[in-house]
Structure formats: structure tokens, C-alpha cells
Design a protein. Structure first.
Length: 217
């Protein structure tokens, strides 16, 4: 068991070294259903502030939609080449109805009375509504946690990824039909398998020294 644990730890480090922001995907290679279900769960099971999950993930499957998104993604080829394209969106605002729904879900999931969660509900309202917090900024930070989990899980499955912020979010909202919804686009992530033609896969990873990035206080 100890040896297996050490092997797993090494696998994590190896996966982090192996992954990179893939620039050219092999269009002919697709992520299988079982692996994709694991990737989906890695996003859905991600932690978020208060557990509120103030985001939605949009899986873009339509080829024509991808073509429409490409010009608004600095014409980056990954948009159309990748096996799966996920668009991350975040709540633009939050209201008591959203929090009520979360409280109801929590009570049902844990088989407890909603009254047991009264103080928890009040804390969320005070922190997110009464304080006039910038909800979109807060929600965006929560969505990025899910993005990180998605890319880490992908690397452990030997699946490539490329997070893409170089997009026009307003155009994405328009094309994806969410412009008048409660959510707004923040970024996208292309997933699939690297092409042998992608020269970036052979470059050494550049990171500052351990002691520069991690300080003991």
C-alpha cells in the first residue's frame, strides 16, 4: 500500500509536468465517454464559497457554433480542433431565491429540517446580498476553481487541455444564447489530445524557484 501511495504521488507530479496549454489538437482523436463523465464530475464536485456553485458549464458540441465562436477567440484553432469545448459562465448577480433553492437542496440532501439552516442562510444573505458584494467577480473566482480541477483531472487521465481567456465574452454570450440570462461567459477550455505537430509540447516548463514561490513564515 505504501508503495502504491508513493506511485500515486509521483503520478500527480508527472501529470503536472506533462500538461501544457495545448496549441494544436489532433482533430481525429476524441475523449471517450467514460473519461468525459469523470471530467464532468470533476467540475460538478468542485468546491465553491458557501457551496453555492454560482456558475454553469456549457458543453459546446455543435460544429457550426464552434465556427461562430472562433473569430471571437482570436481565431485560435483549438476552438474547432478540440474533442470537447467547455465554456465557463458565472452568475451576474445573486438573490434570495437562489439561496433559498440551495437551502432546500441542502436540507433534502442531508435529511434535515430547513429550520436547522436558518443561521447559515442569514450568513449567506448578509455576506452576498446585504453587503453589496461584486457577485460576478466573486462567482468568477469560484468558477476558476472548477477550471483548475478540470485541467488537473484531465492531466491525470492523459487528456490535454487549454484554458482560453482570449475571447470576447459578450459575443460568446450572444452566440450561445445567454446574453439575457443570469449568467455571463468568463472563459473557455478546450480538451482533447495534442497533435504531433504542436511544438510547444517539447518545451521545458518554466517556473520560478520553489523557495521564491513558497515562503515559510
Amino acid at each position: 500500500m505504501k508503495e502504491n501511495t508513493q506511485q500515486f504521488k509521483q503520478k500527480i507530479i508527472d501529470a503536472m509536468n506533462w500538461r501544457y496549454a495545448t496549441k494544436i489538437f489532433d482533430f481525429n482523436k476524441k475523449i471517450n465517454r467514460e473519461d468525459w463523465e469523470t471530467l464532468e464530475k470533476s467540475m460538478i464536485m468542485s468546491p465553491s464559497s458557501f457551496g453555492l456553485q454560482p456558475y454553469q458549464f456549457l458543453l459546446v458540441e455543435n460544429t457550426e457554433t464552434k465556427k461562430l465562436l472562433t473569430p471571437h477567440s482570436w481565431n485560435q484553432p483549438q476552438i474547432e480542433q478540440c474533442s470537447h469545448l467547455i465554456v465557463f459562465t458565472a452568475l451576474k448577480n445573486i438573490d434570495e431565491e437562489y439561496i433559498d433553492n440551495f437551502i432546500k437542496l441542502t436540507a433534502k440532501t442531508r435529511s434535515i429540517p430547513e429550520s436547522n439552516l436558518t443561521e447559515y442562510k442569514k450568513m449567506m444573505i448578509d455576506n452576498l446580498i446585504s453587503s453589496h458584494k461584486d457577485i460576478f467577480d466573486w462567482a468568477t473566482k469560484q468558477a476558476y476553481i472548477a477550471l483548475g480541477n478540470l485541467m488537473t483531472t484531465a492531466s491525470l487521465l492523459d487528456i490535454d487541455s487549454c484554458p482560453i481567456e482570449g475571447i470576447n465574452p459578450e459575443k460568446y454570450d450572444e452566440i450561445l444564447g445567454i446574453r439575457n440570462s443570469k449568467y455571463a461567459t468568463i472563459c473557455t477550455c478546450a480538451l482533447g489530445f495534442r497533435s504531433a505537430e504542436d511544438k510547444y509540447q517539447n518545451l521545458k516548463k518554466v517556473r520560478f524557484e520553489h523557495d521564491f514561490l513558497l515562503k515559510k513564515i
